[in-house]
Ligand binder design. Structure first.
Ligand code: ATP
Length: 267
């Protein structure tokens, strides 16, 4: 029986189905992460080392965290998520110790994924850093990565918005030597994301998601999720006058007729 870390219970059951506009990215992830986690013998047979570290990079809000959660869920790997800034502040002085513990825990429960969000906070370029703590934390992380046996059953996935802001030593072979860019979604991607987020929504006939996808050039997944939420709240305000807050229940007829219209998205 796997003992699950606290973080695991916070991971919603995100699957690849919940991520829009990332077909190519997901394909790459499956090769780079799923394959070595599930079948390390393939790599052994071919005489190559499976990847230990993967860097996801792209603008904020495009779904890097979402993707890491989905990978963990889809591979049934033990999952430990840590957050760069958090580990630096909360465990000030104990950060290296905490990192060692996390790697130990992952090895014990392999196959495992360690997800480091906002890695630039842990491992900024060393010459740009004055603090002794940061210097030691980078060194510790590098040592731990190097110490991971190349069995492929522990993979570190790190995310950053600023790939050029992290210590280049981290990107050398055997460390985070694979990079996957997660760009802003294109029109088709935006459409998929809108479809995902309106999945459980009573959309009126006039809602044209294609058109919305066309109109939202430059939006991230997070922006689109917010747009959908706002539209629903806008729709809700239309029905507010019919809602009696003194009553305990909402009349079923009202629930039945509620819908989110195109005008709610455009408001
Ligand atoms: P950051 O770099 O700021 O951590 P991120 O790239 O990790 O951002 P997430 O935190 O994964 O982005 O995304 C925020 C929210 O936006 C998600 O919980 C989800 O609701 C929505 N979202 C983002 N990208 C997508 C996507 N590709 N498909 C579906 N929903 C998405």
């Amino acid at each position: 029986i796997l003992e699950k870390p606290v973080e695991q219970s916070n991971v919603p059951r995100v699957t690849y189905e919940d991520i829009g506009g990332m077909k190519d990215v997901i394909q790459k992830v499956r090769e780079l992460v799923e394959l070595p986690l599930k079948h390390p013998e393939l790599f052994k047979r071919l005489g190559i080392e499976p990847p230990k570290g993967i860097l996801l990079y792209g603008p904020p809000g495009v779904g890097k965290t979402l993707l890491a959660k989905a990978i963990a869920n889809e591979t049934d790997a033990y999952f430990i998520a840590i957050n760069g800034p958090e580990i630096m502040s909360k465990y000030y002085g104990e950060s290296e110790q905490r990192l060692r513990e996390i790697f130990e825990e992952a090895k014990k429960h392999a196959p495992a994924i360690i997800f480091i969000d906002e890695i630039d906070a842990i491992a900024p370029k060393r010459d740009e850093v004055i603090g002794e703590v940061e210097r030691r934390v980078v060194a510790q992380l590098l040592a731990l990565m190097d110490g991971l046996e190349s069995r492929g059953d522990v993979i570190v996935i790190a995310a950053t918005n600023r790939p050029n802001a992290i210590d280049p030593a981290l990107r050398r072979p055997g460390r985070f030597d694979r990079e996957i860019e997660i760009p802003l979604p294109d029109k088709q991607g935006r459409l998929e994301i809108l479809q995902i987020h309106t999945r459980n929504m009573p959309l009126a006939e006039d809602v044209d998601l294609e058109k919305l996808a066309e109109m939202t050039k430059g939006f991230t997944g997070a922006d689109l999720a917010a747009l959908v939420r706002e539209a629903a709240m806008h729709a809700l305000r239309r029905y507010l006058p019919e809602i009696d807050l003194d009553k305990d229940t909402i009349p079923p007829e009202l629930l039945e007729k509620m819908e989110v219209r195109m005008e709610d998205f455009l408001a």
